[in-house]
Design a protein around this ligand. Structure first.
Ligand code: GDP
Length: 389
């Protein structure tokens, strides 16, 4: 075994991950006061109100595969119900099949027009394998200088946000990725409201964008809105913990939540299946609005529809991370070596890693950004306007 050098994704001859790309780290601080934009009042946290008369996102019927008992989650996304019908809230419908239409790497015009980049938030208790997974996903080494706090330090620590930016290359196109870490989350003896700094961070990016958008120099807006929250769920236990429920509910109308079951190699195949079902049931039961994949166009070919369905049925993604390259039987792959065998990160029989990676940086990156702008940000903007008028 040795440290992982760049390796390409299976089936992609063109991908050359940029390991030499500079990684920028930036401590964002915690809480509203520390992060307030200079000279601007802080917006109070959004309050959900009575839904009467509020518009809703157009319904996208969920699809159920013929031979699966893992049912896709029903559509739950709603606008935060406080807004007046005067605001231009939501486009008439969301584009279907981002796989086909929005694979950004397939269209030079799109590449030129759109700034390819995405902002991810990584949330979950310490030790769940977040850093390892992020490094594995983006073939980078974001955390080499990380100092893991000891138990006493973790008790004293408040939840923080730390920003890293990297550039990767997909099909020869440079993509700028930002990862926001949330160290300290879930580590305290009492974790009540430990999601507040995360919620504040998301709001502050909306607030900044809103102010820039309303200002005079609108051509050079720096868009730091968070597009996706990777929420790490422990493989231990029996489904969601109260903290998971409370945190996801606090964030679900502000960011696209993509839940993942961490360290899936600690579960048998049957356990992974049961855990996914249980988590999906609880997501439904607690009314948590996770990111909903857009519908597949009805005229897509069968193979495409099948792939789309597999993706939808895989939620929450059961992932395995490793930054170690293993050599076995003449093959090199990222994996984890155990006394009883080797787990391959990118083997779809072992984990949903590849599904998740492709979805995040290829097929659904644009949709994540669209939903951020057209649903989450518009909700925020409408509340902001309501609040100041
Ligand atoms: P973080 O604190 O959530 O960022 O977790 P780390 O990425 O630092 O990982 C914590 C420990 O879990 C390390 O010893 C990792 O090697 C290990 N780890 C990371 N990913 C996995 C995984 O997918 N499966 C298993 N079994 N262990 C993992």
């Amino acid at each position: 075994m040795r440290d992982l050098p760049p390796i390409s994704q299976p089936g992609d001859q063109h991908q050359k991950p940029d390991h030499q790309a500079p990684v920028h780290r930036e401590a964002e601080g915690t809480g509203t006061a520390a992060n307030s934009l200079s000279g601007t009042p802080t917006l109070p946290r959004a309050v959900l109100c009575n839904p009467t008369g509020s518009p809703t996102v157009p319904h996208r019927p969920s699809r159920v595969g013929p031979n699966t008992d893992l049912k896709p989650l029903a559509l739950k996304r709603q606008l935060i119900p406080q807004v007046s019908m005067d605001y231009p809230l939501i486009p008439a419908s969301r584009p279907h099949s981002p796989w086909g239409r929005f694979d950004p790497y397939d269209s030079p015009e799109v590449c030129q027009k759109k700034c390819l980049g995405c902002i991810f938030l990584s949330v979950g208790e310490s030790g769940l394998g977040k850093s390892t997974l992020i490094n594995s996903l983006f073939l980078t080494d974001l955390y080499k200088d990380r100092k893991v706090p000891n138990a006493q330090e973790r008790i004293d620590q408040t939840v923080n946000t730390i920003k890293h930016t990297i550039s990767i290359e997909e099909k020869g196109i440079k993509v700028r990725l930002t990862v926001i870490d949330t160290p300290g989350f879930g580590d305290a003896v009492n974790n009540t409201e430990s999601w507040n700094p995360i919620e504040d961070y998301i709001d502050q990016q909306f607030e900044q964008y809103f102010r820039d958008e309303s200002g005079l120099n609108r051509s050079n807006i720096q868009d730091n809105r968070v597009h996706c929250c990777l929420y790490f769920i422990s493989p231990l236990g029996h489904g969601l913990r109260p903290l998971d429920v409370a945190c996801m509910k606090a964030l679900h109308n502000k960011v696209n939540i993509v839940p993942v079951v961490a360290k899936a190699d600690s579960l048998t195949q049957a356990e992974v299946h049961r855990k996914k079902m249980k988590i999906r049931e609880e997501i439904e039961q607690f009314g948590i609005n996770i990111y909903q994949f857009p519908e597949c166009d009805s005229d897509e070919d069968e193979d495409f529809k099948k792939q789309d369905q597999i993706l939808k049925d895989s939620t929450p993604f059961a992932v395995i991370g490793s930054n170690v390259q293993v050599e076995s039987k003449g093959r090199k792959f990222r994996g984890r070596v155990y006394p009883w065998g080797v787990v391959e990160v990118e083997n779809s029989a072992h984990s949903d890693f590849l599904l998740l990676r492709n979805m995040l940086v290829r097929t659904h990156m644009q949709d994540l950004k669209d939903v951020t702008g057209e649903t989450h940000y518009e909700n925020y903007r409408a509340q902001f306007v309501n609040h100041i008028t």
